[in-house]
Design a protein around this ligand. Structure first.
Ligand code: HEM
Length: 147
């Protein structure tokens, strides 16, 4: 089981209380689809993903970006039990969607970049470390079903 310090718990909760899901979710998913274009293959039904402008204007990308943030919020609310909380999501991504699990880290990195830009000087090295650990646990929980 993952051990969290008081600082890590407070930092993760604080980040999620500060950010706007409607901004951060779409921005992170857009960045992922633009910077790592092979991730587009999973979102064929989302319509026009032709270029960066089309991706950032795509309403399905916007909506799904928020969905991902709501998924992360479930992890924030269950820091001591993320693996169990994510069991169904892991099954969905592995068995139904067949997402290559390497892509989880790519989206996680895009989230880090977007959140760092939003928080500015509040995104200190210690805050970064706590957030990175949170994302590593999330990615590991999503990967669980693949082993
Ligand atoms: C931080 C990592 C991720 C989280 C927290 C996450 C979370 C979610 C959530 C909450 C859903 C909705 C599940 C439902 O409807 O019950 C979902 C669906 C989906 N995810 Fe992920 N996801 C992550 C990474 C990825 C990556 C990297 C890809 C592909 C590159 C991906 C592809 C999809 C697809 C294709 C769907 C279904 C979309 C739809 O049919 O509308 N996910 N994800």
């Amino acid at each position: 089981m993952v051990e969290w310090t008081d600082f890590e718990r407070a930092t993760i909760q604080n980040i999620f209380s500060k950010i706007d899901y409607d901004v951060v979710g779409p921005a992170a998913l857009t960045r992922c689809l633009v910077v790592y274009p092979w991730t587009q293959r999973y979102f064929a039904k989302f319509g026009n993903l032709y270029n960066a402008d089309a991706i950032s204007a795509n309403p399905n990308v916007k909506a799904h970006g928020k969905t991902v943030l709501c998924g992360l919020e479930r992890a924030v609310k269950n820091l001591d039990n993320i693996k169990a909380e994510y069991t169904e999501l892991s099954v969905l991504h592995s068995e139904k969607l067949q997402v290559d699990p390497d892509n989880f880290l790519l989206l996680a990195d895009c989230l880090t970049v977007v959140i760092a830009a939003q928080l500015g000087e509040d995104f200190t090295a210690d805050v970064h470390a706590a957030f990175q650990k949170f994302l590593a646990v999330v990615v590991s929980a999503l990967r669980k079903q693949y082993y």
